[in-house]
Design a binder for this molecule. Structure first.
Ligand SMILES: C[S@@+](CC[C@H](N)C(=O)[O-])C[C@H]1O[C@@H](n2cnc3c(N)ncnc32)[C@H](O)[C@@H]1O
Length: 218
């Protein structure tokens, strides 16, 4: 992939020995990678929420596996990989985003804990691990993808998997429909502004933390 039309982007983290996430993004859309080639505001808010919770000592991912769905530039998963060198992070997206994800992983040196792989929600892809945490930033902006994303979450989340889903509200009714459908198989709570990064938050960006409902014993 020709990265000459991409521009550099940096996100500051609070970890002293890993203070920045460095990324390339294509703000013009000219490279044909689709919506995932730019950093979305929700990605920033979710990455900074995870940074904030890490700095408070509330997030222990040692020895855990994190899966990001619809990674785009990789802003959230790469931040997590830098904040938690003892966890394994799998960034995923459609195949046209994989060269950008690999490039962005390379730009953040010493990230042997982070890798990228193709995972298309419309295809029944299996994973060889059950993730401890799944993160999804701005994955429900397109109604046509609601069902494939819900099915992917239901397929890949185990009974102990925690899911963080964040999105910017654009079409309230459609988003509410997704959340209602999701609530049939997952229980979740909303993450309050007081838990988020004090600066990087928005009244238009919602975050939920969920886990699979345990099937009742017969
Ligand atoms: C709105 S962008 C958000 C990107 C990134 N998570 C962020 O917050 O900056 C949505 C992402 O979902 C990905 N996506 C769209 N359809 C997909 C599919 N069928 N399977 C996997 N990922 C998909 C896009 O390529 C894009 O990276």
């Amino acid at each position: 992939m020709d990265f000459s039309r991409f521009i550099a982007y940096e996100l500051e983290l609070s970890r002293a020995d890993a203070p920045l996430v460095r990324l390339l993004q294509d703000a013009s859309g000219a490279t044909g990678c689709g919506v995932g080639s730019t950093v979305w505001d929700t990605g920033l808010v979710l990455a900074k929420y995870l940074d904030h919770q890490t700095s408070l000592g509330n997030l222990d991912l040692s020895g855990k596996t994190v899966l990001e769905l619809g990674s785009g530039t990789g802003i959230v998963g790469i931040a997590l990989g830098r904040l938690h060198p003892q966890c394994q992070v799998i960034l995923t997206d459609k195949k046209e985003l994989i060269p950008l994800l690999n490039r962005n992983i390379e730009l953040n040196s010493a990230m042997s804990n982070t890798r990228a792989q193709c995972l298309d929600w419309t295809l029944p892809t299996a994973l060889d691990v059950v993730p401890d945490l799944i993160v999804v930033s701005d994955g429900i902006w397109d109604k046509d993808l609601h069902q494939p994303l819900a099915e992917t979450l239901a397929r890949l989340a185990g009974s102990e998997t925690r899911v963080l889903l964040a999105y910017e509200t654009r079409k309230f009714d459609e988003e509410a429909e997704f959340i209602a459908k999701w609530s049939q198989t997952f229980r979740f709570r909303d993450i309050k502004p007081s838990e988020q990064d004090p600066v990087m938050q928005s009244e238009d960006i919602f975050m939920f933390e969920g886990s699979r409902k345990i099937k009742a014993a017969d």
